[in-house]
Design a protein around this ligand. Structure first.
Ligand code: SF4
Length: 630
């Protein structure tokens, strides 16, 4: 088998209108500056459409759908199954990036490509088959209408192939439809609707034509052993391996970050029934993860009806559990499977349905949906995917609905993206992060709730140090996600190496809270930049790594400001700023304003929320804009 050292720097571009394709060269300078994956996908999108960003219709033929493997993908590095999706979101109207652990990324790399850009719109349903030297366009009439599992079966996949498929929700343009690969998803922001708007049912890559080999083999193996050691030692990795992300339930009940009745309340003891620990026991769970992965947070289990199903993630459990007043995990398992088959993002579907329940309860909008009523949930999920009856309207998301009927304060979304299952009144840094995250109410942009509650490094109810850590982790995760390794590795990589591992816990906590700019100097995440270096053969220091992360984050923000985002959008739903009665003993709302002011200064944003010209120039993001007079 032919070997690829590091990367091919090849971008396959496909125009589905013309059924044509060509291979373009990715500039080495861009890959190094943006690290590959998500960062490079954003850069390619920007370079393709930089003067038209505001005018692009997300569901129009001109909106490209970009998929990028990372430098780590396909190398056998730890937790390196991932690839990125990048496009303009039909749900939010701004950039959406998403990371998926399905087999598509590895297959793309071993077919000889680092990325795929799809443009145009086919006149009739299509599926595309990619091999290392060819692209074939097939009629998809026969598979149009199939759910995601049926489509995957119809694609006749071998173990070396990787696929992207949409379900009925993507075909019907539900604004939060997702894309499936393996049993993982590009979940957020409606990428499935973008794919459906192109009449594209599936993309299959037949991989295994090349072997991806690191430039410095010995160094690669040495760093990989270190990375595996850190993960094996780390308590957080161990909890996720044993109980999945629903491990976050029990700490959340105590801390009061769980969503109850459309985030009106933030704690409820009954949520214990849905914890990772309870589900592990009830369903006899075993691993069902991205491959390769050393943490293995994904699980499957046997349900009472004898079927083996994927165990819902924490987000799904929260939004379809206490958030709609349901404590039956069997039902959540069923709905999770249904949404996965129909191709719906479980977070946005859940957030929109819970908004409709509250709007109905308050008499703002007619609906049969009610908190605690579960008999009509499967029906409404189905109706959303097919845009039937009430489902046609719910397919637009909670922002649009609340503009139409009122109830904006309890539409739990930011910039149009429904919030993940962490109530920011129980972790103020998470509140700041939701308010400013590039893709909307995204928990993963900086994930400060982990520092505030899971590790208890920071007091959740102070504004102190929050802007510092949100800024740091936004840059850190932008870089890490561009390597396309898993974000859940980060705590093992940050906490297990010397010198942090020998710090007494109380000292680390005080340093992070009161002296963050000193504490940050002790963080050693060498496994990330060293793995990158060993694969590409190009030197990358920790400082370069963070600087690249800052470049990626600011580019995305800069693109969003051109699409209309400004300082007024960096906020939280009114509920979190005004409602104190949450059934939790701490009666506080999020003190957002002071955190925002400090954050803006750290980021160098102007009063409109735009990145400063000085930074854009220094980071090489857009010299032409910087030289332009206002
Ligand atoms: S830790 Fe979970 S999300 Fe991350 S790569 Fe492994 S299975 Fe996938």
């Amino acid at each position: 088998m032919t070997e690829i050292t590091g990367s091919t720097n090849k971008l396959l571009t496909i125009n589905v209108s013309q059924q044509s394709w060509e291979v373009k060269r990715i500039e080495e300078k861009n890959r190094t500056s943006y690290l590959g994956g998500k960062g490079l996908g954003l850069k390619i999108y920007y370079d393709t459409l930089r003067d038209h960003l505001a005018d692009i219709d997300p569901l129009g033929k001109e909106n490209p759908l970009i998929f990028m493997a990372g430098v780590f993908t396909g190398t056998g590095a730890v937790c390196s199954a991932r690839f990125a999706g990048v496009t303009k979101s039909p749900l939010t109207g701004i950039m959406i990036t998403s990371s998926c652990g399905g087999p598509f990324g590895g297959a793309l790399r071993t077919a000889g490509y680092d990325g795929l850009l799809i443009s145009g719109k086919s006149d009739s349903p299509l599926y595309v088959e990619i091999t290392s030297g060819n692209v074939m366009f097939h009629d998809a009439q026969k598979i149009w209408g199939m759910d995601t599992e049926e489509t995957q079966k119809a694609a006749g996949l071998s173990k070396w192939d990787g696929e992207l498929v949409i379900g009925p929700a993507g075909e019907n343009g539900v604004l939060y439809a997702n894309i499936k690969s393996g049993h993982r998803f590009l979940g957020r922001g409606g990428m499935g609707a973008v794919m459906g708007s192109k009449n594209l049912k599936a993309v299959v890559v037949r991989g295994h034509a090349y072997k991806v080999r690191p430039a410095a083999k010995q160094m690669f193996h040495k760093v990989r052993s270190r990375a595996s050691r850190f993960i094996a030692k780390n308590e957080f990795s161990d909890k996720y391996r044993s109980f999945g992300t629903a491990y976050n339930v029990l700490p959340g009940i105590k801390a009061g970050y769980v969503p109850v009745r459309n985030f009106k309340y933030r704690t409820d003891d009954r949520f214990k029934l849905l914890s990772g620990e309870a589900m592990a026991e009830k369903y006899g769970t075993s691993s069902s993860s991205c491959i390769p992965c050393s943490i293995q947070c994904g699980h499957k289990g046997t349900f009472p009806d004898g079927t083996v199903k994927q165990i819902p993630e924490y987000e799904t459990t929260g939004l379809w559990g206490p958030n709609i007043d349901n404590y039956d995990s069997d039902k959540i398992g069923e709905w999770n499977l249904l949404m996965n088959r129909l191709g719906l993002d479980t977070i946005s579907t859940g957030g929109t349905v819970s908004w409709a329940m509250e709007a109905g309860e308050r008499g703002l909008r007619k609906t049969e949906l009610r908190f605690g009523r579960t008999d009509n949930i499967a029906g409404i999920i189905d109706d959303i995917a097919y845009r039937r009856g009430e489902g046609a309207e719910l397919a637009l998301g909670s922002r649009t609905l609340s503009s139409r009927y009122g109830g904006k304060d309890f539409a739990i979304q930011v910039k149009g993206l429904e919030m993940a299952a962490y109530d920011p009144r129980g972790a103020w840094g998470q509140g700041l992060s939701y308010a400013v995250a590039n893709r909307g109410a995204c928990h993963l942009s900086a994930f400060p709730v982990a520092l505030e509650v899971l590790f208890r490094f920071l007091d959740p109810y102070t504004t102190k140090a929050k802007a510092f850590w949100v800024d740091f982790f936004e840059n850190f995760y932008a870089a890490l996600n561009s390597l396309q390794t898993c974000q859940f590795t980060s705590f093992a990589y940050l906490l297990e190496p010397f010198p942090v591992r020998i710090f007494p816990g109380f000292l680390l906590k005080r340093a992070m809270q009161y002296l963050p700019s000193i504490a940050v100097r002790f963080l050693n995440f060498g496994v990330l930049n060293k793995t990158w270096e060993s694969i590409t053969g190009i030197k990358l220091s920790q400082k370069d790594f963070l600087r690249a992360g800052r470049r990626i984050h600011l580019l995305e923000r800069y693109m969003n400001t051109q699409m209309g985002i400004s300082q007024k959008d960096d906020t939280l739903p009114g509920r979190f700023l005004t409602e104190k009665d949450t059934n939790h003993p701490v009666n506080k709302t999020v003190s957002l304003k002071p955190m925002l002011e400090t954050y803006y200064k750290r980021k160098g944003y102007d009063e409109h929320g735009r990145p400063g010209k000085k930074d854009l120039k220094a980071l090489g993001i857009d010299d032409a804009y910087c030289d332009r007079k206002e």
